[in-house]
Design a protein around this ligand. Structure first.
Ligand code: ATP
Length: 765
């Protein structure tokens, strides 16, 4: 079959100019063979969509008729129970991560401190340096090897992948238990290994895996089906649980239940409803509460409940976070700085990621790079400790591992205390340490070193998040600005500026606005400071967006994932369905032969097929020449997965006994991994048998008229979380097919304030 498009693209020396140029937005796309690895202009065909649409076929209605209201009540009740356990288990995983890091890091830093103090006198500082290297390299080697060799999808924080899942894209192995194990070990080893990474971001991924795991009543990793919760084995149900898991992860990580709900809302708003909001909020609250109870008890004050989240900003007093009108412009300027440094961060990390994609492909090279970065981080930290003799009187600073390194008796080296603690503790130091304890040069060196090391670390084959390193960098330069402000207006609190700097830096890199503002408000526990936080985050986002995409979006685009944007491309109302659709369409008759179904499934990789009456031959010369020759009158839409189940169970019209056993459970049995068409055994004699597709197809799929505009189709996809839309003509005859990839091909492209629309290529890779 020839797939053909009717859009008015013309080829130029730059590639393909889109018809948008008529609307004054110029765009071009590269030719597929010239698209280099690491191009932002390709969509990978290997990413499939999730099916959020409920197929209300005869089987579905049958089930609903038989089960009655009792079933609805039971299902709802079970839903709440599952959300409860999502909260509890997510918090438990958070506690395991937190306590492991705390105890291992405690052991490491006290040992290194002891060596530094001994060698400070004896001139043998190479010994603690080697010790630090060993303590860092061993865990990083373990974590990185696991990520590179066992489960690469556990890389990084997992936030971009969870974002894609909520957007409607199947990311292979993302929500498996095995991925969770690797992630947990990976995060612990990365943070303990002294790398610029945090444990908070990965909690979102951990929550998502836990939710997907316990809601399905089976585990692929352990090859175990408990035979329960069958009714939740559908993409739309699973997605709701995953949103709850992600929210519970945010809640546990930052002690921010509302931020968790908003995170899920921000990433997957297309399917929001009131019931789901309640359940997600419930899971988030349970998660925060569980974490709080256990950690408070662990730290010896069970009744107080003071450990709201893994990330602890420490206590700001009300005076510290009060502000005056004249300070607002300063916050805006800090937002601008955060936006600029965030954009530079994204750009440099993008270049580095492209380099990695081209040259660091083999797994051993990835592990080697992680080790190199780990050693460099330790070396930079150690050199800064030796070089910068920032001596302060002992007792000034609450640091646990104060060392005297190159200082007089009764003093400690402040730079050393910043590096001999987990990055989170450094963030707290910038927020709360007394004004005299930090001087300008220490802050400058720390901010620059941490900024560059974080750029190098993000994207390595290790599991760790970006939040803490960004907060640490921003808090350092924010405090620096605070010192400047204090110089002009004595009495200003430097910790407040450190907080704004931290928020601006993070906002400039990740560009999450609503949820991040609320997360930071909840983490600081001060609502009145919400406005300054929002101002700096919005400014950082606007400035950052002017130059680059967010760091998450860059990584998503580099992977070629067809993520649906929030809004349709601008000025696209003059583009019609018949310009974006594929045609002719691979369709089935309502009563189709087994042979034809098998041949079609083997020929095409499509996952959705319209079911029609009055089909004509798609391969005929006539159909090829006439682009709009309709494929017959639309009756419904059938999915590849449904056809596979029908073939596997031999639900043929000629075998009446097979019909008795078909129910929704038959279709849920293999969810979410259905057999491949090549593995289905059909006898030659069965090829002439027929299947009545009317009974199993979706009888009312979403359709649009061929003259529907691109923004309308886009909004329908976005709001309903669709996978396919059938395009019909005035007589309800099928003329085309539109999928997520057809729409995500049109990407808004910004470069230094210029707006354009680039048309992406779909690559098989
Ligand atoms: P997904 O991969 O999102 O799960 P899918 O496999 O059905 O869905 P895509 O991979 O998005 O479809 O489709 C790739 C291209 O094939 C798109 O341009 C789409 O319009 C086209 N296409 C999809 N289904 C059909 C079909 N039944 N007949 C003809 N073209 C189709």
């Amino acid at each position: 079959m020839n797939r053909n498009r009717s859009s008015s693209f013309t080829t130029t020396k730059y590639g393909t100019m889109s018809r948008y140029s008529n609307n004054k937005i110029d765009s071009f796309s590269e030719n597929e063979d010239t698209v280099p690895i690491g191009s932002l202009n390709i969509l990978s065909a290997k990413y499939e969509s999730l099916d959020y649409e409920v197929v209300e076929n005869f089987v579905y209605r049958d089930e609903e008729r038989k089960k009655g209201y009792q079933y609805v009540v039971k299902k709802n009740f079970v839903r709440w129970i599952i959300f409860f356990w999502i909260g509890v288990i997510t918090a438990t995983v958070g506690i395991i991560i937190d306590l492991s890091i705390e105890n291992i890091a405690d052991f490491k830093f006290s040992h290194v401190k002891q060596y530094i103090e001994e060698c400070n006198q004896k001139n043998c500082l190479w010994r603690p340096y080697i010790l630090l290297l060993v303590y860092n390299v061993v865990p990083v080697l373990i974590g990185s090897t696991l990520v590179a060799y066992v489960e690469p999808v556990a890389l990084g924080s997992g936030i971009p992948q969870v974002k894609c899942y909520l957007n409607g894209i199947k990311i292979p192995r993302l929500v498996r238990i095995k991925t969770l194990f690797i992630k947990v070990i990976g995060v612990i080893t990365t943070v303990v290994g002294g790398m610029c990474g945090g444990k908070e971001g990965p909690m979102i991924h951990a929550g998502a895996v836990i939710a997907a795991g316990i809601s399905q009543g089976k585990s692929t990793t352990f090859n175990k089906d408990f035979g329960v919760l069958n009714y939740f084995r559908e993409d739309n149900e699973k997605r709701d649980f995953v949103s709850g898991g992600a929210a519970a992860g945010v809640a546990a990580a930052f002690g921010s239940p509302v931020g968790g709900v908003l995170f899920s809302l921000e990433e997957g708003a297309s399917f929001w409803n009131q019931g789901l909001t309640w359940r997600i909020f419930f899971a988030s609250m349970i998660s925060t509460f569980t974490l709080n109870v256990v950690l408070s008890a662990y730290h010896g004050h069970p009744g107080e409940l003071t450990y709201w989240g893994l990330l602890n900003f420490g206590k700001f007093n009300n005076f510290a976070l009060s502000y005056e009108i004249f300070e607002l412009p300063i916050f805006v300027i800090m937002g601008i700085i955060g936006g600029l440094t965030g954009a530079l961060f994204c750009h440099l990390n993008y270049k580095l990621t492209v380099f990695r994609m081209r040259h660091l492909v083999s797994r051993w090279k990835k592990v080697l790079e992680a080790i190199l970065v780990c050693c460099s981080t330790a070396t930079v930290g150690f050199l800064l400790m030796l070089w910068r003799n920032d001596c302060k009187p002992s007792g000034l600073d609450p640091t646990k591992y104060a060392v005297q390194l190159n200082c007089n008796d009764g003093e400690y080296n402040y730079m050393a205390s910043l590096w001999l603690q987990v990055p989170e503790a450094s963030v707290r130091s910038f927020f709360h340490d007394p004004e005299e304890s930090l001087d300008v040069a220490t802050l400058v060196y720390f901010a620059i070193a941490y900024y560059l090391l974080t750029i190098w670390t993000y994207g390595l084959s290790v599991s760790a998040g970006l939040f803490i390193p960004c907060l640490a960098t921003g808090a350092a330069w924010g405090r620096l600005i605070g010192i400047g402000v204090q110089f002009i207006f004595p009495g200003a609190d430097v910790g407040k500026y450190a907080l704004i700097g931290a928020a601006s830096q993070l906002g400039g890199a990740v560009r999450m606005t609503i949820s991040l503002t609320v997360i930071l408000i909840e983490a600081t526990g001060n609502i009145t400071f919400g406005l300054p936080l929002m101002i700096c985050l919005l400014t950082a986002k606007w400035i950052g967006d002017y130059f680059t995409e967010s760091i998450y979006d860059i990584h998503i685009q580099l992977s070629g994932i067809p993520l649906m944007a929030w809004d349709p491309p601008p000025l696209s109302s003059n583009i019609y369905a018949n310009e974006v659709m594929s045609h002719p369409v691979a369709v089935f008759k309502s009563k189709e032969t087994v042979g034809q179904i098998i041949d079609t499934l083997k020929t095409y990789t499509y996952n959705g097929f319209p079911v029609v009456d009055g089909i004509f031959n798609l391969d005929s010369e006539e159909s090829y020449c006439n682009n709009y020759k309709p494929n017959g009158r639309l009756r419904g839409l059938i999915l590849r997965s449904q056809l596979i189940v029908l073939l596997q169970n031999k639900v043929f019209n000629e075998v009446p006994s097979a019909w008795d056993n078909v129910s929704l459970t038959t279709f849920r049995q293999d969810y979410p991994r259905y057999s491949n068409i090549d593995s289905i055994e059909i006898l030659e004699s069965e090829r002439h048998y027929t299947i009545d597709l009317l009974r199993f197809m979706n009888p009312s799929p979403y359709i649009v008229q061929h003259m529907a505009s691109l923004p309308r189709i886009f909004r329908l996809f976005r709001a309903m979380g669709l996978r396919h839309i059938v395009v019909v003509n005035d007589s309800n005859e099928v003329v085309g097919m539109v999928t997520r990839k057809d729409l995500t091909r049109y990407r808004v492209w910004r470069h230094r304030g210029t707006l354009g629309v680039v048309e992406l290529r779909i690559s098989a890779k």
